[in-house]
Design a protein around this ligand. Structure first.
Ligand SMILES: Cc1cc2nc3c(=O)[nH]c(=O)nc-3n(C[C@H](O)[C@H](O)[C@H](O)COP(=O)(O)OP(=O)(O)OC[C@H]3O[C@@H](n4cnc5c(N)ncnc54)[C@H](O)[C@@H]3O)c2cc1C
Length: 384
């Protein structure tokens, strides 16, 4: 049986300093009307102008090499920045996917030309990405994708349909997983490839899908005879499965899996602070220790990334526990707020809580469902 591994990491002086800088920036932005804090901000609050400001501050693509616009900072420094942005409920959705996974994926698998063309634009907060994995009949069973790319004289012809693509309507590119050759018997993992698809190409139509809260952050994206150039292939032809697994690990490993509701915790505590009884204190204490543990694990993942490891199972565990934590946050906060007379609810808190409750079910779906995370963890434990 292999063990999970979450190294303990002390905060460095540089990390404390960058946290202070991010907090100052966020306070200034809030005070000048730059944003209103939102729960679930990394999915439901896109703001291209804000993303450009984050880019100007040097907080996008921080860990990437300098020749592509990055600063070769450690994953722990990046974690400090992303934690602060999430905790403040800042509108980071526009750049989130590009900074978290598409950029690092291009860095790992892209050609020099792809890296030079795209990475500096992500760093500047001017180029956003969407994830092109799921299809109507291929979610958890991702190897069932039917989107197809056929070789042509000049490149590839893409046909198919992707669904739930977050932010595709504001993105420049989507990394699309497509079948480029048939499966070998029962082995469906062969014959898949990834493509860097410019979403402005002819033959692509993007239509919004409304979520339960009335938001329009995800889309259905249709590809009809889209002509791709040869250099649209990302990585190796036929190696798409292995590549996409690595991309998913990046998608799952961040603090957004447990900091989505942080603004609510903060605002609720501010609202009830004068009437905290023993029961409320116990509920808050419970949330606090869970949050501290999740942060401790998340820092361990950042350290493993720094050491060049691929903490896929650790990421699945944090995502799974983080999703449970966020569910607990909402049920505990509802109890705490119920004790406060309705006319004493501070401005905006009810709307924030209601939106978070409606958006909560999506947490255990996006990035992989609870059952899929449990399967990954079980495999590591040797019980599957
Ligand atoms: C808010 C949000 C944003 C998203 N953004 C994107 C995006 O940007 N790009 C993208 O490509 N996708 C995106 N998705 C899609 C997401 O990745 C899928 O919803 C997810 O992978 C589940 O797939 P599905 O919806 O087809 O459900 P299914 O795979 O049909 O699953 C239905 C249920 O069956 C269970 N199940 C399925 N297989 C098994 C199994 N083998 N063992 C046990 N139980 C199983 C699941 O756990 C689930 O409870 C997003 C989803 C949401 C909710």
């Amino acid at each position: 049986m292999q063990r999970f591994h979450f190294p303990a990491v002390e905060a460095s002086q540089a990390e404390l300093e960058i946290r202070a800088r991010v907090r100052e920036f966020l306070q200034r932005e809030r005070e000048t009307g730059g944003f209103v804090p939102r729960a679930d901000c990394w999915v439901s609050a896109p703001d291209a102008q804000f993303s450009r400001k984050v880019g100007e501050m040097g907080w996008l693509g921080m860990t990437w090499p300098t020749q592509y616009g990055g600063q070769q900072q450690s994953p722990l420094m990046r974690l400090a920045v992303t934690e602060e942005l999430l905790a403040a409920g800042a509108p980071v959705a526009a750049h989130w996917v590009a900074d978290r996974q598409s950029g690092p994926h291009i860095l790992k698998y892209g050609t020099e030309q792809q890296k030079y063309n795209i990475l500096p634009k992500i760093v500047a907060g001017e180029c956003f990405f969407a994830i092109g994995m799921s299809e109507p009949q291929a979610g958890s069973d991702l190897a069932a994708v039917t989107t197809k790319a056929e070789k042509t004289a000049t490149g590839w012809r893409l046909n198919g349909r992707k669904i739930w693509s977050t932010g595709a309507h504001i993105s420049s590119y989507m990394i699309v997983l497509a079948r480029t050759s048939p499966a070998e018997g029962r082995n469906r993992h062969v014959g898949l490839s990834q493509f860097l698809v410019d979403l402005s190409l002819p033959g692509i139509s993007i239509s919004g899908i409304e979520d339960m809260a009335g938001g329009r952050h995800f889309n259905e994206t249709l590809f009809e005879d889209v002509e791709l150039t040869d250099d649209s292939l990302l990585g190796e032809e036929g190696r798409g499965w292995a590549q996409v697994m690595g991309e998913l690990a990046m998608e799952r490993s961040g603090p957004e899996r447990f900091l989505t509701t942080f603004v609510l915790i903060e605002q609720t505590i501010a609202a009830i602070r004068h009437q905290v009884d023993f029961q409320s204190a116990a509920l808050l204490g419970r949330l606090y220790v869970h949050l501290v543990s999740l942060r401790r694990m998340s820092r361990g993942i950042a350290r493993l990334l720094e050491q060049g490891e691929s903490p896929e199972t650790e990421a699945a565990l944090v995502k799974q526990l983080g999703n449970q934590f966020e569910k607990d946050v909402l049920s505990h906060l509802r109890k705490l707020m119920a004790a406060l007379p309705p006319d004493e609810w501070p401005n905006g808190l009810r709307a924030l809580l209601e939106a978070a409750i409606l958006r909560q079910p999506s947490a255990t779906l996006r990035g992989g469902t609870t059952e899929i995370m449990r399967g990954i963890i079980a495999r590591q434990l040797g019980v599957r």
